[in-house]
Design a binder for this molecule. Structure first.
Ligand SMILES: [Zn+2]
Length: 179
C-alpha cells in the first residue's frame, strides 16, 4: 500500500478532529436542549462573505434572535492558552505554527463578529467531561455525560451569560492556568 502523503495524512487527521469536536458539540447541544435553551441553529453559515480566511466559517451554535454565536472549541486544535489539555509544548515547531495560526484566526473571527454586533461565547473542551475515549462513540454513552457535574456547570454558566449583557465570555475547566 502506498504511504499517505502529508496532505492526505493531514486530511485524515482533520477528519478525526472534526469527529472529536462534533462529540463535545453534541454534548453541549443535548445539555442546552435539556435545560430548555432553544432558538439556535447548529453549524450555521451565516455570512455571505469570507470573514477571516479563504474559508467560510461556520458558527457552532447560532442564536439568530439574540445575535449570539457560541463556539465549542477543542483545547488542542484551538491552542487553548495556558491549558494542559492543549498539549502545546509537546508539539513540534511546524505543528505549533499551525496551532498558533488557528488561535490567531479565531481571535480575528471574534473581532469580526463583535464588529457586526454579535455577542460571542467560547466553551472550551476542558470545561466539559473528557469524552475522548472510544466508548463515547456511542451516543448512548455520550448522552450519559449530559448529567455530569461539569456539563451541568457549563450549561449553567452559559445560560446565565446568554441572558446577560457581556459581549464575550469563555468557559474553561479546572485545567486552566491563567497566564
Ligand atoms: Zn482547555
Amino acid at each position: 500500500m502506498p504511504s499517505l502523503s502529508d496532505k492526505e495524512k493531514h486530511a485524515e487527521q482533520m477528519k478525526l478532529v472534526r469527529h472529536k469536536d462534533t462529540r463535545i458539540e453534541r454534548l453541549v447541544d443535548w445539555a442546552l436542549e435539556g435545560e430548555g435553551v432553544g432558538g439556535y441553529e447548529r453549524n450555521a453559515r451565516i455570512f455571505e462573505d469570507k470573514l477571516v480566511s479563504n474559508k467560510k466559517r461556520e458558527v457552532d451554535f447560532y442564536f439568530e434572535e439574540k445575535q449570539l454565536a457560541l463556539f465549542v472549541h477543542g483545547c488542542h486544535w484551538h491552542a487553548h492558552q495556558g491549558c494542559k489539555r492543549a498539549y502545546f509544548e509537546n508539539s513540534d515547531v511546524n505543528h505549533k505554527k499551525k496551532l498558533l495560526g488557528t488561535r490567531a484566526r479565531d481571535k480575528r473571527l471574534m473581532q469580526k463578529l463583535h464588529e457586526r454586533h454579535f455577542r460571542t461565547l467560547i466553551v472550551w473542551e476542558c470545561a466539559l467531561p473528557d469524552v475522548k475515549s472510544k466508548k463515547f462513540r456511542s451516543d448512548e454513552e455520550l448522552r450519559k455525560m449530559v448529567g455530569h457535574e461539569k456539563t451541568r456547570l457549563v450549561v449553567k454558566k452559559a445560560t446565565s451569560w446568554i441572558e446577560g449583557q457581556k459581549i464575550h465570555c469563555e468557559i474553561s475547566g479546572d485545567f486552566y492556568i491563567s497566564s
